[in-house]
Design a protein around this ligand. Sequence first.
Ligand SMILES: CC(C)(COP(=O)(O)OP(=O)(O)OC[C@H]1O[C@@H](n2cnc3c(N)ncnc32)[C@H](O)[C@@H]1OP(=O)(O)O)[C@@H](O)C(=O)NCCC(=O)NCCS
Length: 220
Amino acid sequence: MSQIVIYGNGQLAKLAFARLKHDSSHQVVAFTVDGHLIEADRLLDLPVIPFERVVKHYPPDRYRLFIAVGHVKINRIRAERYGQAKEHGYRFISYVSSKAVVWPEVEIGENCLIGDGCVIQPYAKLGNNVHVGTASIVGHHTVVGDHCYLAVNVVLAGSVIVEPYAFLGASATVRDQVRIGEASVVGAGAVIGQDTKPKSVYAGPSPQLLPITSDRLPLF
Ligand SMILES: CC(C)(COP(=O)(O)OP(=O)(O)OC[C@H]1O[C@@H](n2cnc3c(N)ncnc32)[C@H](O)[C@@H]1OP(=O)(O)O)[C@@H](O)C(=O)NCCC(=O)NCCS
């Protein structure tokens, strides 16, 4: 069991707290966030420490960190805080939900999160600081680079390469053998069948608005 400080004070930080509390052997002892972002000195009954002073209060030889930041600035903020904490000498945990299926031949880096219902197939590799949201599938021989963010229900078929910093939105699907370029954004529901260039943005299909109201539907 490790004692953990969570970086963050938003919804993802609270989610990380709940996951670690109810589904890990680790103990969360505090939150930390940049001083100017502190809204209250306690969160979920734990102290909130300015990141600038976390080394003094929770030194890296005794505590581990978990950076719970989302995809803001195409994952750059999470990557920056991860890098800064590493420079301070911190080690990180990775959280893998007990309700995920992760095969033994899988490699997972540090500060990763694998949510409930995910399936990570054999020979998949996840770098450091990767978020894999609920019910996502990472296919066999797929490689996900550092600092990527998969929202929920993302499907990466076999032998996909996702370059660092990419963001894949809810229910995005990537065909086998495809390469997603660095810092690409694949919008919710988009289906990608060929390689994407770095920093490209793909939106998913828009639903069709029918010219009727719901009370005209026979089934309701
Ligand atoms: C694809 C996606 C990323 C687009 O992001 P968005 O914030 O909705 O983008 P916007 O609609 O504000 O458009 C951004 C820009 O692209 C432009 N744009 C949007 N659609 C366009 C189109 N079809 N053609 C040309 N330009 C377009 C907009 O005009 C806008 O440009 P502007 O800032 O100069 O006005 C978004 O729809 C998406 O799918 N996000 C993922 C959501 C998700 O899965 N969330 C889970 C998080 S855990």
